[in-house]
Design a binder for this molecule. Sequence first.
Ligand code: NAG
Length: 643
Amino acid sequence: MRIKDLSPSAALLAIILAAPELSSAFYLPGVAPTSYPPGGKVPLNVNRLTPVGSQQDGQLRSIVSFDYYHPAFHFCRPEPKPQYVSESLGSILFGDRIMTSPFELSMGVNETCKQLCEKKFDQSSAHFVNRRIAQQFSLNWLVDGLPAGQLIEDEVTKTKFYSGGFALGSNDDKAMHLNNHYDILIDYHELSPEQRRVVGVIVQPSSRVNQMADTSGRCGDGGPPLTLSEASETPVTWTYSVYWRPSTTAWATRWDKYLHVFDPKIHWFSLINSAIIVVFLTITVVSILLRTLKKDIARYNRLDNINLDDLSGTSAAIEDGVQEDSGWKLVHGDVFRTPSHPLLLSVFLGNGAQLFVMTGFTIAFALLGFLSPSNRGSLGTIAILLYTVLGFIGGYTSARVYKSFGGDRWKMNIALTPIMVPGIVFATFFILNLFLWAKQSSGAVPFTTMLVIVGIWFLISVPLSFAGSWVGFRQPPITPPVRTNQIPRQIPPSSTYMRPIPSMLLVGILPFGAIFVELYFIMSSIWFSKVYYMFGFLFLCYGLMIITCAAVTVLMVYFLLCSENYHWHWRAFMTAGASAGYVFANALIYWVSKLQLGGLSGSVLYIGYSALISFLFFILTGSIGFFASWGFVQKIYGSIKID
Ligand SMILES: *[C@@H]1O[C@H](CO)[C@@H](O)[C@H](O)[C@H]1NC(C)=O
């Protein structure tokens, strides 16, 4: 299965881009190709060093990344000093730190054994670097925006593809070897003699003690590898060679080799599998529910008619009394009773609506091909901007819901909606960042970026949310179809599976099942820094998750009301949100099976980020479940006659 089968929009984009005359007006920002004349300078920028999973056991040994110019690495610096390359907000947040480098690449000009600089490694740097080699760190370079990778063969499909980075060093049984020589192989596509484009970059790093070019100009090949001594100083010479190779790959398809799907058949298979199960279950649930409901409603309304028409018919009245003793109609005077903590619930629901719309739009943008992989971090940037702008929806929903609950602390509602959930997220993020600062990791978000985020939040998101709340409070409340009794009904004891915890466990697993397959790929793209681009899958999964979440929560609420328990508000929110518990548990399993994070901070970071994501997921799914149930309850009580 080719990449193109997977994302039609990318294929479409590729077709558009492949016709230069037609398409010159259509390039999306940041995706326009750069052409270089022969001998023209091609930029090589360096990004942070990231840990990758080991080749042998697929385990990840660290999740902390480091700046390329971290002093302990002793990489050569450009003169006068390295500069930051401008990046998008999302790119910075997701950890990119792109800087200029001293490598000089001229289009089409081969270089052999070019010496960059000489450095001395002291003991502590040697120790630091050896540990990073043991943790399988890899270097991430960008040549003309394209990552410099290594050629890897997929054992299952026997296809070759490029990894996103290349190894800092290697280790055999005896020692760690630092790679101090790079063979840079660049593929270029010749459009015309004066226009060449970079379409592929491979780096073959190697470790060599003897760096003097021999007579063949081959840079000490075959010599012993370099080991950094942790007992004394080690001199290291950094060298590189550049080889330009003409290629037939068109610029528009240059990313294909990077976006490799490990065994797409399994991916498709498991996705379709879970989709069928989910759809089948949902349809069954909904059809049974609909039939039962129809019967219920018909019965209730028939009984009502008998009641009114046949005043003297005692037999009918008795039958009526017997019949009415069961079912969800009994709680009609209580279902719309204000839930406990209406303020908290409405704030959650406002934020949930905001997240819901944001996620939908982000995936849709990605699906339409607006977020190309060469636009680094565009996904994160779009998500943040959308979340900010959608503050209006959050405020509106929260206010409208709160008003419908009959809440009177409207000032608190307006203030808490844009502050509470983002505040929790930001505070957690900030604390986790402190850990990264302490580790001198480049993953730490710079202070200025933090300020920018807080600025955007307070200057755009909060006012928009206030505006939304204002509009929401001016709208009429959503009125329940039945009157609420003065005195609350007694709730009979419920059966085991209707108790809060069992029902949460039962209901939560289905929405989780819908996204389970995709979650695995998302996690490996987050932690193994792989490019994620399967937005078609993601879109499908998001849809499935929404449907399942709504359907099972509605079913649970129906059972709850049948058991004469009318506290459905929080129950619907919590049971649907329980799928976040599964997401978190899944992250923990992933942690045990795929990661070997030595040290406390790595584990704290991993758990912290997983908890953060699960929390947002909790609010998202909880809100989906709540609104579906609310609609359902409004509908069923609106369709029976209450005297
Ligand atoms: C540069 O090196 C590559 C790979 O060895 C070779 O195919 C190409 O012809 C060389 N180019 C020049 C201009 O020598």
